[in-house]
Design a protein. Structure first.
Length: 109
């Protein structure tokens, strides 16, 4: 098992195939709390209040800018956040999606 938090996202130019299901399943085991939903890596978070949820989203936004790999972010209810990673240029999952999931987990620790 590699430490995904030590890796950097590599810009995706497209033209490369998405990860195969076997590799996705291996990487999914390395990012606790995340699940595969309709071919995307998804996790829902619950915070004590709206401010804490927004602060988390801002930290994810900063990380996403640093790594140049961005999730879909939904804030719903008043204290819940849903993050979805998917590499649109290859119409599937790349290692970048799992690197980001691992780094988001690290934000919470």
């Amino acid at each position: 098992m590699t430490d995904l938090t030590k890796k950097k996202c590599v810009p995706c130019e497209g033209g490369e195939p998405p990860l195969e299901k076997e590799k996705v399943n291996i990487l999914l085991k390395e990012v606790s709390g995340w699940e595969l939903v309709e071919g995307m890596v998804v996790r829902k978070f619950k915070f004590k209040d709206f401010r804490e949820a927004v602060d988390f989203v801002n930290r994810v936004a900063d990380l996403s800018e640093e790594e140049n790999h961005h999730p879909n972010i939904s804030i719903y209810g008043w204290n819940k956040v849903k993050l979805t990673f998917y590499t649109h240029k290859i119409n599937g999952l790349s290692e970048n999606d799992f690197i980001m999931a691992a780094k988001v987990n690290k934000i919470l620790s």
